[in-house]
Design a protein around this ligand. Structure first.
Ligand code: PLP
Length: 483
């Protein structure tokens, strides 16, 4: 493809992206395709002769778009919505255009340095204490991971390495494999499922502790379990504390948990993947009280901060712990400035890495602090509108404690009603919500996206209310729960 074709293809692709996003208001948020639909439409093999880009782009419009769940639809209220923006999309394009792979400083100095600077910017933007930032007299610093899942695994492995070193110092005769087999990690039952996966991947026994009625893990629950484990000759090693759980946006008792972790030398990892974005606004920062006890802190700009997936921000207080755990050297990877710079390959699972900082930097510059604060306040305001609507109707029970752009609710009474409502909403495809189990009850989770407006909230509320009316009009159709 020559430059001229590239420019034409590029222009057509940009036109397509704008048209696509504009068309979403009038489309169902969920597609109407069945599993295997695409294989019926595409050839089974690579074309022998090169095709034209016009034909490929046409297939995107006619074959791919009809099979998409539209994450940018104003009626997408499921999961934690991925946030995207035009600045971040262009950032992705430029990242691809530059095609650097910045595993070490010399492999692309600007890519390493912009990531370091952007992570300091973002850290200040959300009010993280200075010990997490890279600067004079600080051993902290940030890195962009592909996902929270990777960040949690990385920190679990670093925690393991640190604890093994510590125990070896205290009890030099103890076998390393024996030490590793005794390590235990803790989190709450409402933690994201990827925490379980990190435990499995890192071969560490992960214990899921019960939560209180606000969805929070209390320090008492943690210390009780730790004492039982210590008595059983196990070694507590790693804690994942949640600031905003995926199920009900619960906040663990961070400060008290942090003190325990300090006293017992456990690594404290804070999962603020969704809610961390709200800390752009100073009025929500009280929710991270105690963060200075954390060894690592993780927040996803790809959740609330308008940065296209993938962009998961991880800060640690002591970068040496990561490097000690993951430093694998090869002659061809070394360079003269190693002592003066960062080599991000030690901070992640893969060797190669994308220049993700470009999109994050674009977003921070093109929105500014004020623009991002406005965005967050608008989302929270919309969710409050939705919550207010729910609270006018006594058939609904609101579950979330903090309304940070996210509301979870149930229909009073049997779970079967909530399940029926969720099924109807999904089948009708007008709005897309998700469901979750929280304290053994089924709930519906509702979030807002950057594209949602007050009118869309009203639309969603009417859709939910209308379906609830129908369920209550013929309740005998609702299958009773067996329990
Ligand atoms: C979204 C989310 C995750 C998973 O994030 P990824 O970056 O997609 O791996 C983990 N924890 C919480 C609280 C989340 O909201």
């Amino acid at each position: 493809m020559d430059n001229k074709d590239f420019l034409n293809f590029g222009q057509a692709a940009l036109d397509f992206i704008v048209e696509y996003n504009d068309s979403l208001k009038d489309k169902n948020v969920l597609p109407s395709v069945h599993p295997g639909y695409l294989a019926k439409l595409l050839p089974t093999d690579v074309p022998t002769q090169a095709e034209t880009w016009e034909k490929v782009l046409k297939d995107v419009k006619h074959l791919i778009v009809p099979g998409l769940t539209h994450w940018n639809s104003p009626n997408f209220h499921a999961y934690f919505s991925g946030s995207s923006s035009y600045p971040a999309m262009i950032g992705e394009l430029i990242c691809a255009g530059l095609s650097t792979i910045g595993f070490s400083w010399i492999s692309s100095p600007a890519s390493t340095e912009l990531e370091d600077i952007s992570m300091n910017w973002l850290g200040k933007l959300i009010g993280l204490p200075e010990m997490f930032l890279n600067g004079e007299g600080s051993s902290g610093g940030g890195v962009i991971e592909g996902s929270a899942s990777e960040a949690t695994l990385i920190c679990l492995l670093a925690a393991k390495d640190r604890m093994v070193r510590r125990i070896k110092q205290l009890q030099p005769d103890m076998d390393v494999d024996v030490i590793k087999s005794k390590l235990v990690a803790y989190t709450s039952v409402d933690a994201n499922p990827y925490v379980k996966k990190a435990g499995r991947l890192g071969s560490m026994n992960m214990k899921f502790l019960p939560i209180d009625k606000n969805g929070a893990l209390s320090y008492l629950t943690l210390i009780k379990q730790m004492l039982i484990d210590i008595k059983a000759k196990l070694i507590p090693c790693y804690v994942v504390a949640n600031l905003g759980t995926s199920t009900a946006c619960g906040f663990d008792d961070l400060e008290a948990i942090g003190k325990i972790c300090k006293n017992f030398h456990l690594w404290l990892h804070v999962d603020a993947n969704y809610a961390g974005g709200t800390f752009v606004c100073p009025e929500y920062r009280y929710l991270m009280k105690g963060v200075e006890y954390a060894d690592s802190f993780n927040c996803d700009p790809h959740k609330l901060l308008l940065t296209n997936y993938d962009c998961s921000a991880l800060w640690v207080q002591n970068t040496d712990h990561l490097i000690d755990a993951f430093n694998v050297e090869r002659v061809y990877l070394t360079h003269d400035n190693q002592k003066l710079t960062r080599d991000y390959r030690h901070w992640q699972v893969a060797l190669g890495r994308k220049f993700r900082a470009v999109k994050l930097w674009f977003v921070m510059r093109l929105y500014g602090v004020q623009g991002l604060q406005q965005h967050i306040r608008r989302l929270i305001d919309l969710a409050e509108k939705f919550e207010n609507a729910l609270s006018t109707d006594d058939r609904f029970e609101i579950v979330t404690t903090f309304c940070l752009g996210f509301v979870s609710f149930t229909i009073w009474g049997n779970d079967a009603f909530t399940r029926e409502l969720f099924q109807r909403l999904t089948d009708r495809k007008k709005i897309y919500v998700s469901s979750a189990l929280h304290r053994e009850r089924l709930m519906i989770r509702f979030v807002c996206t950057a594209h949602t407006t007050a009118e869309d909230i009203e639309f969603a509320w009417n859709e939910i209310k209308g379906q609830c009316d129908e369920i209550h009009a013929s309740p005998c159709n609702v299958q009773e729960e067996s329990d």
